[in-house]
Design a binder for this molecule. Structure first.
Ligand SMILES: Cc1cc2nc3c(=O)[nH]c(=O)nc-3n(C[C@H](O)[C@H](O)[C@H](O)COP(=O)(O)O)c2cc1C
Length: 192
């Protein structure tokens, strides 16, 4: 079993990556293969709208998205995190969402469990909007939107590492991971 974690932050070691790592711990504990895809060290160009994928089911752009195209197929669950940027997800993550469009024919995420994490500096900084955007991607891909303790994980933090001073939020990241894991295992049992 394999979980795919995508962080949309361009900041290495930032809050999104730290929260995502905590959310992925329950999968490691259960011996899953954990694939971490951090947009701080990967490059995914924006969709250029050529629409060739509409005919071929394949994107013509060759970059680090190639790995994600494989992982969307091989994974059993997915957790996506993003910093809040202008009350939205980061441009880096939005590029991934748009490029996923090339898989519209096969929809490899159908029936897979998905969770969402967002972090912004403001107490009402647009976290709920960014969460909705990630869950909309999950649902549009045919995946299942799994909640954490309440909704997706919404965090207030700014400087890289700030989130490490918030043990409650780190715990909630783990709870989100546990929930996604639980649903992924239930789905697997059902499909046997
Ligand atoms: C371009 C840009 C736009 C931002 N927009 C928002 C925003 O709309 N709301 C908010 O709460 N924080 C905003 N922030 C702050 C980041 O969300 C915050 O610093 C977050 O912790 C970054 O996550 P990271 O450490 O994973 O990169 C913005 C930061 C940048 C660089």
């Amino acid at each position: 079993m394999e979980v795919l974690g995508i962080s949309g932050s361009p900041r290495q070691g930032g809050n999104t990556e730290l929260l995502l790592k905590h959310a992925l711990e329950p999968f490691r504990d259960k011996g899953w293969t954990v694939t971490e895809f951090y947009l701080s060290n990967r490059s995914v160009a924006p969709c250029d709208g050529c629409d060739i994928c509409w005919e071929t089911g394949e994107c013509v752009i060759r970059d680090d998205m190639d790995l994600l195209y494989e992982k969307f197929v091989s994974c059993d669950a997915i957790i996506i995190g993003s910093p809040v940027y202008y009350r939205n997800v980061s441009a880096q993550l939005k590029a991934v969402f748009d490029r996923h469009h090339a898989l519209f024919k096969n929809k490899p995420l159908i029936g897979k469990a998905g969770g969402a994490i967002v972090v912004g500096r403001g107490a009402s900084g647009g976290q709920s909007l960014a969460l909705t955007i990630i869950y909309n991607f999950i649902l549009s891909s045919g995946a299942l939107a799994v909640p954490g303790q309440r909704n997706g994980l919404s965090v207030v933090a700014d400087k890289p590492g700030d989130v490490l001073k918030q043990p409650e939020r780190l715990k909630q990241a783990r709870v989100l991971g546990q929930n996604v894991l639980k649903y992924a295992e239930l789905i697997r049992l059902e499909s046997k």
